[in-house]
Ligand binder design. Structure first.
Ligand SMILES: Nc1ccn([C@@H]2O[C@H](COP(=O)(O)OP(=O)(O)OP(=O)(O)O)[C@@H](O)[C@H]2O)c(=O)n1
Ligand SMILES: [Mg+2]
Length: 419
């Protein structure tokens, strides 16, 4: 039985990047031998085990045969006679199909020697040429790989998809392969890609192969939709969206913010033609389309709720520079900022990404963010308890009490505004 390091750890070490998780492949073993040595099986039918001490993943060398479209239709063939080369041949892309002996990587991630690399599909050449190239026709067996290639493009932004791999991905999309993916797998890859340094690259690849139109038609539709050049020098809504996502990444925004950015302008995709390039009421339409996306992909609640408030209120946040005290307080009340201050802060980060994700504005200031945080602090400092108590002593009813609290907040904010 022989053990090799494979996949991301080898790739990242060759790129001089820190190695985080390590995947291992085991050749010449049986499930029983793994169990005998104390390895813990991951699933019932999956030939993957966890090391008893390190808990790293050890997969038996395997070949896969597809039985049905989509992610579920797998059977594994794993046997002691499956070679390392057999196993590497069924992996996704060449830069992920390089193996090495476990002793060739030092603790600091550097290679001792390159002579121990096993690279039958020339992954090192593709690393040097910065190419994502599929290893073999077996790429087809798992349509999630289309999303993986797109996600790797978001991480390694200077890499491109090899023409023959793009053609294969296009063919898979045409054959309906991405239509059978389960929502959890789509969301897992999309959310990871959103968290990479250049999320726009993921969408560029998905668009190029036609997968975006199948997975997120609401987003795909935004290319070719014009916006007012005075607000949006880049004009095209799809181009704007990509700039917003990369700005969110530059601002190191968390996932919920990046997802909110992705969905904030969906409503511009169905603006009536006679209204263009203006987008009156797109905020409401974005919120409605967002609901459909979230149900389809089973987007987690935190992401969904932030995206909803950002879709509805981003234009108001941009305009808030012209707001008086009353309009400011109403904006923050609509955003539920007092009860959800962190979500409100996240919302402002999404709005800043939106404002600066425009041609010529990448380094523009966004004073709305600090100002509205300041307004929130002023509102938080209002002693609502005492006001409510006094109101009730005066015999005021529920709605009237709420009104007096609101008025006290407006007065407090008013006092901080320049004369
Ligand atoms: N659909 C998939 C998933 C994984 N793999 C193979 O399994 C390895 C490990 O998978 P994973 O940990 O998901 O990806 P990494 O390449 O290690 O990337 P990351 O840095 O994101 O962990 C990959 O390198 C690839 O060889 C594959 O061929 N097809
Ligand atoms: Mg990995």
């Amino acid at each position: 039985m022989k053990i090799f390091l494979v996949g991301g750890a080898v790739r990242d070490a060759l790129l001089g990047l820190p190695v985080s998780d390590r995947d291992w492949v085991v050749v010449g073993a049986t499930p029983q031998r793994m169990l005998d040595q104390g390895y813990v099986p991951v699933g019932k039918d999956f030939p993957v085990f966890l090391h008893p001490q390190t808990h790293e993943e050890y997969a038996l060398a395997r070949t896969e045969r597809k039985t049905a479209p989509g992610y579920h239709g797998f059977v594994f063939h794993t046997a002691p006679d499956v070679t390392l080369e057999d196993d590497l041949a069924r992996r996704d892309i060449t830069i992920n199909a390089i193996a090495t002996s476990p002793y060739s990587i030092r603790a600091n991630g550097q290679f001792d020697t390159k002579s121990t690399l096993i690279d039958p599909f020339h992954g090192q050449q593709d690393l040097a040429a910065k190419l994502f190239r599929h290893v073999s026709p077996a790429f087809r067996e798992d349509p999630v790989r289309i999303l993986r290639v797109a996600r790797f493009a978001a991480r390694f932004a200077d890499f491109t998809v090899a023409p023959e791999t793009l053609a294969l991905m296009q063919q898979m999309v045409t054959d309906g392969e991405v239509d059978h993916l389960v929502p959890e797998r789509i969301w897992q890859e999309l959310s990871r890609g959103l968290m990479e340094a250049t999320p726009s690259r993921m969408f560029a690849v998905l668009r190029d192969c036609g997968a975006l139109a199948r997975l997120l038609p609401e987003v795909d539709r935004l290319w070719g939709v014009p916006q007012r050049a005075d607000y949006h020098p880049e004009v095209d809504t799809g181009v704007h969206l990509m700039m917003v996502l990369d700005m969110a990444a530059r601002l190191q925004a968390p996932l919920a913010v990046r997802f909110a950015c992705l969905c904030h302008d969906l409503g511009k995709g169905n603006t009536p033609a006679d209204v263009l390039p203006r987008h009156i009421g797109h905020e409401e339409r974005s919120a409605r389309l967002l609901k459909g996306v979230c149900e389809r992909l089973r987007v987690p609640t935190e992401c969904r709720e932030l995206a909803d408030v950002v879709a509805r209120e981003h234009s108001n946040v941009h305009r808030s520079t012209d707001f008086g005290a009353s309009a400011l307080v109403r904006l923050l009340e609509r955003c539920d900022a007092l009860r959800k201050p962190q979500r409100f802060a996240d919302m402002l980060l999404a709005c800043e990404s939106d404002a600066r994700g425009r041609l010529g504005h990448l380094d523009s200031p966004y004073p709305q963010r600090p100002r509205l945080l300041q307004v929130l602090a002023v509102m938080q400092a209002v002693d609502t308890k005492t006001i409510a108590q006094q109101a009730m002593e005066m015999g005021a009813s529920g709605p009237k009490v709420g009104d007096m609290v609101h008025q006290a907040r407006v007065a407090a904010v008013q006092a901080t505004l320049p004369g």
